[in-house]
Ligand binder design. Structure first.
Ligand SMILES: [Zn+2]
Length: 481
């Protein structure tokens, strides 16, 4: 009998900490041995000195999430996880979203039904807490955290999701008691509402005014407020999808003061600018703009550099897609409100699951902005650690799941939506060149993407319960003060 089910030979491996050359022996879906000259496997793959990295973990993506504005997400767990596999991502963490008035547990049960039998890569769930009733705060949320849903997102804007400040504080206190990770969408909702109203009254309704309705100061203010609440409650938080220098300065300020404030950014803040929302009132600007509307909006060129610098300097721990898939055409997509839809009627969000890893590998690692270990940390290891999947996921180590990507680096290709595997009819990254793409994606030792072909199977992806280590007893508790 062979010692291994599969041996990946001559792998040039990187983890978040180390770079090393080894054969990788895989048995029963896990990494069983790392070494030189391993015994033969039932199957063999020669990586021939190519980079072999942990599979990506996309810690922020939206799949088949129920919407209440008439729009519909294009990707369900079939197309979303297929797209993930083809771009080198082996675990996705989308959101079980509580609708106001609904129990949190009902949202989780519904989301399991949506995922069941469809995923071709592994998945965990974040929760979205939109209605923190006493029952949710005292019973449902603590119980769900202990059952493997150890992270949740809260919103400071969007009428159907936002929490009042007092609710935010109450929810943070539950996270502190239970050791959960809170992701915060930080934008000042009243400022946005006021600016939006004025723009529309002035007839400034094109997609490009989306950026003017959500300037950086609304993100900066809300980020600062979230940090203050986290400090008061004494709980770590993650500020998600940070767009530019004003919010970055707040996060850096907090980190420099010893607060456990973490940051996430996304490809749209490195590769898009406000110009992608349109430069004039022409139909082509409207189309391009509608396709690129997301919140916070992309900023200017100078901010792209600030975001790159913050990635390199370690201000950000996590790089996610914030994949929010709406088709451009059709009644339930970007133009559901008509061909000349106002910016505030266009669903927020852009696709990015498949392009996240190649964009950062190519323009981050190969262009010399971050090193290979930082790439692994940002796209996989830190995500696993932050949300409670480590060490099962997120590294190349004995005992870890054999979620691995062999990379083709050095050949140029141009991102083109017809080559992608999601169900969205466009990519905001159309025409951008990348010099790296996964040659092979292994999910627990089984190829799900190889040489340009999707090989995964719906239903092979498994739900992953998350568990964060018990919180260290704080040195100083404001509750006791
Ligand atoms: Zn958000």
């Amino acid at each position: 009998m062979d010692a291994f089910d599969l041996v990946v030979r001559n792998a040039h491996c990187a983890t978040a900490a180390d770079v090393f050359d080894a054969d990788i022996g895989i048995k029963d879906g896990r990494i069983a041995a790392l070494g030189k000259g391993l015994a033969p496997g039932r199957e063999e793959i020669d990586a021939a000195g190519r980079w072999v990295l942990p599979g990506g973990i996309d810690g922020h993506c939206h799949l088949d999430q129920p919407m209440n504005d008439g729009s519909k997400m294009a990707d369900d767990f079939i197309t979303g996880t297929r797209s993930a596999a083809c771009g080198g991502t082996t675990t996705v963490i989308p959101f079980a979203c509580q609708i106001k008035g609904q129990s949190l547990r009902a949202a989780v049960d519904d989301y399991h039904r949506r995922a069941h039998g469809k995923a071709s890569v592994d998945y965990a769930f974040h929760l979205i807490v939109s209605d923190p009733t006493p029952e949710v705060l005292e019973n449902e949320l603590p119980a769900l955290i202990r059952e493997g849903y150890s992270s949740f997102k809260i919103y400071m804007t969007y009428d159907d999701l936002k929490l009042a400040d007092r609710q935010i504080i109450d929810v943070l206190a539950v996270a502190r008691d239970e050791g959960a990770m809170v992701m915060i969408h930080a934008e000042n909702t009243d400022c946005i509402a006021w600016l939006t109203e004025r723009l529309i009254r002035a007839g400034k309704t094109a997609p490009r005014y989306h950026a003017a309705s959500r300037p950086m100061l609304v993100e900066r203010e809300a980020t600062h407020r979230a940090i203050a609440y986290a400090e008061m409650v004494d709980v770590p938080i993650l500020i998600v999808h940070v767009s530019g220098h004003e919010a970055i300065e707040q996060i850096q300020w907090a980190q420099n003061h010893g607060l456990r404030i973490y940051g996430e950014t996304c490809p749209q803040y490195l590769f898009l600018t406000a110009d992608d929302l349109g430069i004039d009132d022409s139909p082509s600007s409207h189309e391009h703009g509608a396709k690129c509307i997301c919140s916070p909006p992309p900023r200017d060129k100078a901010n792209q550099q600030v975001v790159w610098d913050a990635l390199a300097a370690g201000v950000f721990q996590i790089f996610s897609s914030d994949h929010a898939p709406f088709r451009y055409a059709g009644p339930d997509g970007k133009l559901g409100a008509g061909a000349d839809a106002r910016f505030d009627q266009i669903p927020n969000g852009i696709p990015g699951l498949e392009t996240r890893m190649p964009l950062l590998f190519s323009h981050g690692v190969l262009d010399g902005r971050i090193d290979i270990c930082q790439f692994v940390a940002l796209t996989s290891t830190n995500v696993a650690k932050t949300y409670g999947l480590y060490p099962r996921k997120g590294s190349i180590a004995i005992g870890a799941d054999a979620d691995l990507v062999i990379w083709d680096a050095g050949t140029t290709r141009t991102i083109c939506n017809t080559d992608l595997h999601h169900a969205v009819d466009y990519t905001p990254y159309e025409g951008i060149e990348v010099k790296a793409w996964p040659a092979l994606t292994l999910l627990r030792g089984t190829p799900v993407w190889r040489d340009g072909r999707f090989l995964g199977t719906a239903g092979e992806g498994r739900f992953q319960a998350c568990a964060l280590p018990a919180p260290a007893r704080p040195k100083f508790s404001r509750e006791a003060a």
